[in-house]
Design a protein around this ligand. Sequence first.
Ligand SMILES: *Cc1c(COP(=O)(O)O)cnc(C)c1O
Length: 388
Amino acid sequence: MSFEDLQREDNQYISNTYNRFAVDLARGEGATLWSEEGRKYVDFGSGIAVNTFGVNDEVWKKAVIEQLNKIQHASNLYYTRPQARLAHLLCQKTGAKKVFFCNSGAEANECAIKAARKYSFDKYGEGRYGIVTLKNSFHGRTMATLSATGQDVMHKYFMPFLDGFSYADPTFEGVKKCCTKATCAVMLELVQGEGGVRPLDEREVKKIESFCKKNDILLIVDEVQTGNGRTGRLYAYEHFGISPDIVTTAKGLGGGLPLGAAMFFEKCENVFGAGDHGSTFGGNPVACAGAVSILERLDEKLLLEVQGKSAYLFTHLGRIRNVLSVTGLGLMIGLETTKSSREVAEKCLERGLIVLTAKNKVRLLPPLNVKKEEIDFAIQILNEVISE
Ligand SMILES: *Cc1c(COP(=O)(O)O)cnc(C)c1O
């Protein structure tokens, strides 16, 4: 089948929700991928921050295949070892008390929203269900997480949305203004990903945290994209010196298989009882076995390497002509240039470099084990495309 045949079949039979780039990725090694026809690409997208250690990673594959050879699914009616092991590891590494597993970022945020409302109901009774999120945020595509997403463009067509959401300016004053007696939680991305790789100000975040603590408003940090080593710490909240009550994650957690998690810290560890929430696929043993192998490797040494690669990229990208700003944290980097981000991404692809976009930004999310030569190749191609 030729690539054109594939495009025709895809267009005919798949719902038109994606504006795909013209390549069919077939195989690879770390951050280097090949198309079906054998064209080589350096991957600075990681399947949107999912392939934490790139593709074809030996350690991850071994963990996944070992579990596949045992049992591929059991349901949450029964105990499975990889799930307990992964929850234990997450709690050990973060100080969280309990974990709920699901399959995606949206589901992790759905879970956090339900948990926050239940926490408040248990303690204060009905009516305290408001959740404050930020303008320009992205929390997912389900009805609740779309309601939580603070972008007007996402709020077309699908009315009515869930009651109780308001969208604050990304400052302490902004958040405070939106909070009322009926607010049960504030939900933040510390680096807005889809919104254009925009980190929040550390001092503002700290002030938001202490305001929340004082008013028993739960602080939910959405680390679906920033989590699992992406920013050079295991979770991005560590950069900000805050202690969230709920942390959600997904994307890079499974290293390539669908897996999401909501981590509950002290205040809400016992918010859910049997039957309050659930998922058929959530915490699938194969996905969890892979995730254990990812998390075990996200140690201090690896995180320091991520920080080093990040500093190198920030320095070199900042020197490219027509680059207006370089933002982000760790290996989550946004480039504002004088060109359209989609155009830059298309031209990079023609030259063998995969990059993403986020609004007007070119977005870089390479695998954490990306090699020096691959980084230099990416800088060279970005320089050619952006400075021309
Ligand atoms: C990607 C993303 C989501 C949604 O995750 P899905 O797995 O696509 O449901 C939610 N929040 C943030 C911050 C994200 O980056």
